[in-house]
Ligand binder design. Structure first.
Ligand code: ZN
Ligand code: ZN
Length: 379
């Protein structure tokens, strides 16, 4: 057994700062983010891979299909290839050096996943930190796959490609992550590996470099959600700050779709004690009746008549699918009848899918959900 200690691995947040729009070639994506990963097995599947140190210096050329195990050993990574194990203090990189490179990763408790391009691994606090350093276009294809699935209309895949790219370029590096630009969960955008699906790869290629900009030519925060329930939400009602392009629009396209309606039940005493504990609200009988018959013919953002009770807080507390709901009492329960799925701001995915089927273009769909925007090519 031998021991190699490498310098610390620094993930450089390298989005270019130019007067023009950011246009990085690669993005660092935290994968299996939030999972307490202790060991992984990586298998090069296509192209060619070097095992490299944090600075990119080659340690070994890897054989295709040769498994490499990496395990957390205190503040080191233990790397096992065949019969030999060695240790590095901070990090290693699986570096793809041919035209098209991808690898398989196996983590106990998860199905196998396949990723394009490079993998950086380092010992974090009681877990391995895994970063997929991937070309932006490959990342976009993976997001489209994870966020929209199979068998969608080609025009919809183009919509999802453009907004996933815009979201990543706008939010990469500024979304609260220190080890990478974006995570792979819904906090940023779902990304569970490479897409091998021809329709998606084609949509990404056809929209290569296309992004959405606001009236000042700035990348928009291209947020989206599953289903708005018939009306999207003004941004400030979810995240405090208004945005000119994130205005409420009436959407007839999603109302017959799977995410359009839902229901839930909340015990009455639980609901009112939540209001009392969190908002010091102890309603009179009359106001209690008003709350028990709360309804939203159009979206509201507070539980009338109480301006301080924001619906986003109720959604989080009672794990509701959306803030677009009405209430009615029965026995000692409150029946919640809701519309839509998700925060409701920006593009409604199920509405956009329906628009694509009806023949709208990707640009028309994007301009329907984001007010006053236009498309721009970075190529
Ligand atoms: Zn994130
Ligand atoms: Zn909708």
């Amino acid at each position: 057994m031998w021991r190699v200690v490498l310098g610390s691995l620094v993930f450089i947040l390298s989005f270019s700062v130019r007067a023009d729009l950011p246009h990085p070639e690669v993005i660092d994506v935290g994968i299996f983010s939030g999972q307490p990963i202790q060991n992984i097995t990586v298998v090069p599947a296509a192209g060619g891979y070097w095992l490299a140190d944090a600075e990119g210096r080659q340690i070994a050329e890897l054989e295709k299909h040769q498994p490499v195990e990496v395990a957390l050993m205190g503040d080191h990574c233990g790397i096992t290839m065949g019969d030999s194990t060695f240790y590095v203090r901070s990090g290693i990189r699986f570096h793809g050096h041919r035209w098209e490179n991808f690898f398989v990763i196996h983590v106990e408790g998860f199905p196998y996943r396949i990723y394009d391009d490079d993998l950086l691994v380092r010992a974090g606090r009681e877990r391995l930190v895994l970063v997929n350093r991937v070309s932006v276009e490959n990342y976009v294809a993976g997001v489209v796959q994870s966020e929209s699935g199979w068998m969608r209309h080609p025009e919809y895949y183009m919509v999802q490609s453009i907004i996933a790219r815009t979201y990543a370029l706008r939010n990469g590096g500024v979304n609260g992550h220190s080890d990478y630009h974006v995570c792979d969960g819904v906090h940023c955008q779902a990304y569970y590996g490479r897409s091998g699906y021809a329709e998606i790869i084609q949509a990404v290629a056809m929209t290569r470099g296309d992004v959405v900009v606001d009236e000042h030519g700035e990348l928009i925060n291209a947020v989206y959600h599953a289903n708005c329930g018939g009306q999207t939400v003004d941004a400030e009602h979810v995240w405090q700050r208004p945005k000119s392009y994130l205005r409420s629009v009436t959407d007839s396209f999603c109302v017959q779709q799977p995410g359009a309606s839902w229901e839930a039940n909340i015990p009455r005493h639980e609901f009112f004690s939540f209001l009392e504990q969190n908002f010091s609200v102890n309603p009179s009988r009359e106001k209690k009746e008003q709350i028990l018959h709360f309804s939203q013919p159009e979206r509201s953002h507070v539980l009338e008549p109480y301006d301080q009770i924001r619906l986003t807080l109720l959604r989080a507390a009672f794990n509701l699918r959306s803030t677009f709901f009405s209430l009615s009492p029965y026995n000692d329960m409150i029946y919640v009848r809701g519309r839509g799925y998700g925060h409701g701001v920006g593009l409604c995915q199920e509405g956009a899918m329906e628009m694509a089927k009806k023949g709208y273009t990707a640009e028309e769909i994007i301009r329907f959900y984001y007010s006053g925007v236009s498309l721009r090519s970075l190529e």
